[in-house]
Design a protein around this ligand. Structure first.
Ligand SMILES: [Zn+2]
Length: 170
């Protein structure tokens, strides 16, 4: 990558990245696929001045990757001072990997999803799909495994007993 000018980040995206880093301590390539996967962590690290200009306050960033520890993988950058553990990032990578097994592999609770800025997607047998913000679940429900989250279909009013996927709240 030496000598090659880095691609620019548009102001709206830079603000989103800064916000997610401030709240959560990391971003992944799948969150913001701006450059090639393998280049993403270093790219974000080197864009710290742009991110600072758009509100980032967390300090030095380091590239990170799941490094083929698991079936689902991604590359990312994390805030060194926040010390987000690899296990947390691996779980996030699984949760965002999609159906059929992503959410179950993540072993995250509904409360974890809320901290990771993820909501839940529910597919009703009637054909309607609905999204539920994980922050809307009660304190008791937030301790449950994310695969046990339920929702009421806004179209047919049936109770959907398990989510099919996660979505980003940003
Ligand atoms: Zn329905």
């Amino acid at each position: 990558m030496s000598g090659k000018p880095l691609p620019k980040i548009d102001p709206v995206t830079a603000q989103k990245i800064a916000d997610v880093l401030n709240k959560r301590g990391f971003v992944t390539h799948d969150d913001f696929p701006l450059v090639l996967q393998k280049e993403f962590g270093d790219f974000i690290k080197r864009k710290i001045r742009t991110l600072n200009k758009h509100g980032y306050t967390g300090g030095t960033l380091e590239p990170w990757s799941t490094n083929f520890r698991q079936a689902n993988f991604t590359y990312g950058a994390r805030v060194i001072a926040r010390q987000v553990p690899d296990t947390r990032l691996d779980a996030y990578t699984n949760a965002t990997a999609g159906p059929p097994s992503g959410l179950a592999l993540s072993k995250l609770t509904i409360g974890d999803l809320s901290h990771l800025l993820l909501g839940l997607v529910f597919a009703c047998p009637c054909g309607h799909q609905t999204k539920v913000d994980s922050n809307l679940y009660s304190f008791a429900d937030r301790k449950k495994d994310c695969t046990q989250a339920t929702a009421v279909c806004p179209a047919c009013k049936a109770v959907i007993t398990s989510p099919s996927d996660a979505y980003r709240l940003f």
